[in-house]
Design a protein around this ligand. Structure first.
Ligand code: TRH
Length: 383
């Protein structure tokens, strides 16, 4: 089987993060020849510095990466044959020329619309639904990632749990990793936090609480969306990667964008992770550490339903007080209300939240992963 995966970088890094991770897993774990079509190789290069944005075709980790240009006539008028499986990821639209070629293929390719991740109950009802093409003899099917067995599952590599457990059990590996990022050895009793978020009106209240804490808080902030706001709070111009600020108990380090696998290790190394969007959110769950998620803001407020749906799943089976605290915190962060009073109880309950994060990760590890679900479906339909 050859697979074509199409990715449009709409904004930020989630689109390329999700598709690259899937393409890499299909190639390395399932020996599938994958072509990943990306319209913005510069965004890709931030997550994989070895990407050359000037190249029309390049190979990385067993994946053929194609620059997706519009129109793509040159590629498709050549010998290019659409793969047996074509994935249209995260609401990108396939080029008409390519769809026309798909219609000529015998048998027709399995055409999947890989949708955004959500814990909402309707997801299971949509997973697998057909959407016939209005003119051509082709049918696209919805493939919905999710947290329950009747969805497509989550992208999770087979090596994940073992590598993470080994890293988290090895204090020297953690120290070496942090040193490699240019960070000092952790102070006694320090709370190490990664902060990957969008702009957020709650941010200054959180920074204030960290600065006023009786114990050290070390915040690691990647360059990007939240940084100008943090700089304004510090009364500084937007700082470059490597910059360090001290404000009361708070030490704040600005990090460059790390490559995808180093970002995983950062999540594994921290005591608490603020994450956002889709892929960093899933990775923070797999880090088996406490997390606070900022959902990607949608104009119609649809992200609040996503937040509540996830909280309902995540908090089920949790100690009632801890569940209430978690809901309050995540709601405050997403509704952008004052977080100052919430910090101290959060810090005190980090051990209990870590224990819950482990339970949640074990539950996720039992699910069939998204790549395997995709393969099973495609094998069935292509028989
Ligand atoms: O960057 P995001 O906000 O991306 C998206 C997009 O906005 C997209 O349009 C939207 O559909 C989606 O969110 C919901 O958040 P996300 O999904 O977490 O993607 C970030 C990616 O960047 C993820 O793959 C992890 C990666 N990353 C690194 O590789 N290194 C880093 O240092 C950091 C901070 C992130």
């Amino acid at each position: 089987m050859t697979w074509d995966i199409f990715c449009t970088v709409i904004d930020n890094y989630g689109d390329i993060g999700v598709t690259w991770r899937l393409a890499r897993q299909l190639a390395t774990e399932h020996a599938i020849p994958v072509r990943l079509w990306v319209d913005d190789l510069r965004a890709f290069q931030l997550l994989r510095p070895d990407i050359d944005p000037a190249l029309a075709t390049q190979h990385l980790a067993g994946v053929e990466i194609r620059r997706w240009t519009t129109p793509m006539a040159k590629e498709v008028t050549g010998k290019l044959e659409p793969g047996e499986v074509v994935i249209e990821a995260l609401a990108c639209n396939l080029p008409d020329e390519f769809v026309a070629r798909m219609a000529l293929r015998q048998p027709a390719p399995v055409w999947l619309n890989l949708e955004y991740l959500s814990a909402e109950a309707w997801v299971a009802g949509v997973h697998g639904l057909p959407s016939p093409h209005p003119r051509l003899p082709l049918t696209k099917h919805f493939f919905m990632p999710g947290y329950t067995e009747n969805t497509g599952g989550l992208t999770r590599e087979s090596w994940l749990s073992a590598r993470r457990d080994a890293f988290q059990a090895d204090a020297a590996a953690r120290a070496e990793f942090l040193l490699g990022l240019g960070l000092p050895a952790p102070l006694a009793g320090e709370c190490l936090v990664s902060l990957f978020s969008y702009e957020n009106r709650a941010l200054p209240s959180l920074l204030r609480a960290w600065a006023a804490d009786g114990k050290p808080v070390h915040a690691l902030v990647p360059v990007g969306k939240a940084l100008p706001q943090i700089a304004a709070w510090l009364g500084e111009p937007t700082p470059p990667p490597g910059a360090v600020f001290q404000c009361g108990a708070l030490t704040l380090h600005v990090l460059p964008m790390l490559d995808l696998d180093a970002y995983d290790r950062l999540l594994w190394a921290c005591d608490l992770n603020f994450v956002r969007g889709e892929d960093s959110f899933a990775r923070a769950q797999f880090a088996a550490r406490p997390l606070i998620w900022q959902a990607y803001v949608q104009d119609d407020g649809a992200h609040f339903a996503k937040l509540e749906a996830f909280l309902a799943l995540y908090c089920a089976g949790m100690d009632a007080q801890l569940a209430e605290q978690t809901r309050t915190l995540w709601r405050a962060w997403n509704h952008e209300t004052d977080m100052a009073a919430l910090w101290s109880p959060l810090r005190d309950t980090l051990p209990a939240l870590t224990a819950h994060a482990r339970v949640w990760d074990r539950r996720l590890a039992r699910q069939t992963d998204l790549a395997t679900n995709l393969l099973n479906l495609c094998r069935k339909w292509l028989k």
